[in-house]
Design a protein around this ligand. Structure first.
Ligand code: PA5
Length: 470
């Protein structure tokens, strides 16, 4: 199945000084970091061997899980009109990104047979009351399967959604409500697993050593994907294929490590902004998923030695060509504080040809007979060129096609790049104390037992001044 024909490519020519001038990197910049690169490569291997990076093994150890998921989906998919994910952050962004990448952009509007017989697909990843109410305007909860996803089993956003829906279902269905709920959580920790056991919900397990944003290749991502008719075995196969490439010690042969290194050098050269700009609507949400992976993993106060470092790149989401008419002006002429990463596609799944009309109007006639496929790619290359000509470092990741196999590669590529960048930065890429701080403040505000000290801390914060409110 794995052929080089389907292999993701990283082109970093335009990161180099020979193309972009003084803000670009020289081979010496890369060479100067070779000892650090060797240490980071060794640390990645060592941590994997010691079981400290369990997400690295997911492409290889989820086969039986995938079988269970597919059997469950086969038994359930017919029975429901919609599959609804309740989750947030690492428990929602991956399912959204994969569904959007693989499926029809108007999936839910298609008649069921054109969805392969699968239910409609929704993700609710916020506690905006309008969103939930509006969802209930278009779905009937008793005809939906709700997938509650929470690794910790305690995230207020997800658990509150679960509580609302459970009550709603029980009011309508009584004891049968449990058929409409499936949980994805840790095997032991947190409230969700306890509730699931007590109340008899079907449950899929997130391996304990895999953190939220690295969990897309566990049931967190695999179950929703399977319910949307996506080939989860091919997704895992793509990730396994990329894993093989990520084993190379030589960084010039290891695209994920090279990507991490180039970003690290950019940060050292005062270019901490990192724009992710896919030239495919289907990959728009990959930029959202990546933004969380990159920001939450690499934005850290302390290094591994406990020193305050306050490091981290700032991911920015953009979409080509749409944001050529919105953000690219800034990227071409604004401050030299960023790099731009394009994601291109060799072969789009559809072809659209512009009719040969208006031949007498030269400014329109040149478009006649051109495909949108050529147009979008030309616009991507033109933007790459404009950035290069203005001395702006940029690089391009290309997928031969968007399918489960290439998407599996892309997801795994970014995860490995993130882990490697974390090693170079000498920080823990797998915790998120800044997120916990906000979660704890919420618990304290609502008087959750155990958060009394945090409540005192919050109550002691300076009162806001009316003079600063206009
Ligand atoms: O990456 C992470 O760990 C976080 O973004 C979590 O995924 C997010 O906070 C949701 O957590 P949980 O799955 O425990 O509800």
């Amino acid at each position: 199945m794995a052929t080089t024909h389907e292999q993701l490519r990283l082109d970093y020519n335009n990161m180099m000084a020979e193309f972009v001038g003084e803000h670009g990197f020289s081979p010496d910049d890369i060479q100067a970091l070779s000892a650090k690169v060797r240490a980071a490569t060794a640390a990645m291997k060592d941590k994997r061997a010691k079981g400290l990076m369990d997400w690295r093994d997911l492409p290889h150890n989820q086969a039986a899980v995938a079988d269970d998921i597919l059997a469950y989906v086969a038994s359930k998919a017919d029975g429901f009109e919609a599959f609804v994910v309740l989750g947030i952050g690492g428990s929602a962004l991956g399912p959204m990104a994969v569904q959007q990448a693989i499926n029809h952009p108007y999936y839910n509007e298609l008649p069921r047979e054109k969805r392969g017989g699968f239910p409609k697909f929704y993700v609710v990843d916020n506690v905006d009351p309008e969103r939930l109410v509006y969802l209930f305007n278009i779905i009937e909860p008793e005809k939906c399967l709700f997938n509650v996803i929470s690794k910790s089993g305690s995230t207020s956003e997800t658990m509150s959604q679960f509580m609302i829906i459970k009550q709603m279902l029980e009011d309508k269905l009584g004891q049968d409500a449990r058929r409409n709920i499936v949980c994805t959580t840790d095997s032991e920790k947190g409230n969700l697993i306890k509730i699931a056991k007590q109340e008899g919900y079907k449950t899929f397990i997130i391996p304990s050593g895999v953190g939220g944003r690295f969990s897309e290749l566990t049931p967190v991502g695999l179950l929703p994907a399977a319910f949307a008719g996506i080939d989860i075995r091919a997704l895992l196969a793509g990730a396994a294929f990329m894993d093989k490439m990520c084993e190379a010690d030589d960084i010039s042969q290891n695209s994920a490590h090279m990507y991490g290194l180039l970003n690290y050098i950019a940060m050292q050269k005062a270019m901490p902004m990192s724009v992710m700009m896919p030239y495919a609507d289907s990959l728009k949400f990959i930029a959202d998923w990546y933004a969380q992976l990159w920001a939450e993993s690499l934005g850290k106060k302390f290094d591994n030695g406990g020193n305050v470092v306050n490091v981290g790149p700032t991911p920015v989401k953009a979409l080509g060509v749409t944001d050529q008419h919105s953000q690219v002006q800034l990227y071409v002429e604004g401050p030299y504080d960023k790099i731009v990463v394009f994601i291109g596609v060799d072969e789009y799944r559809e072809t659209v040809t512009i009719p040969t009309i208006y031949g007498d109007i030269p400014s329109l006639g040149f478009l006649g007979g051109v495909t949108h496929n050529r147009l979008i790619t030309a616009m991507q290359h033109s933007t790459e060129y404009a950035l290069m000509a203005n001395g702006r470092p940029n690089m391009t990741i290309t997928l031969p096609r968007v399918n489960e196999f290439t998407l599996g590669q892309l997801l795994y590529f970014f995860e490995v790049a993130t882990g490697f960048a974390g090693e170079l930065l000498n920080i823990d890429a797998f915790d998120q104390p800044g997120v916990e701080e906000g979660k704890n403040a919420t618990y304290a505000m609502f008087g959750r037992p155990g958060y009394e000290d945090k409540k005192k801390e919050l109550d002691a914060r300076p009162a806001k001044k009316d003079s600063y409110v206009i």
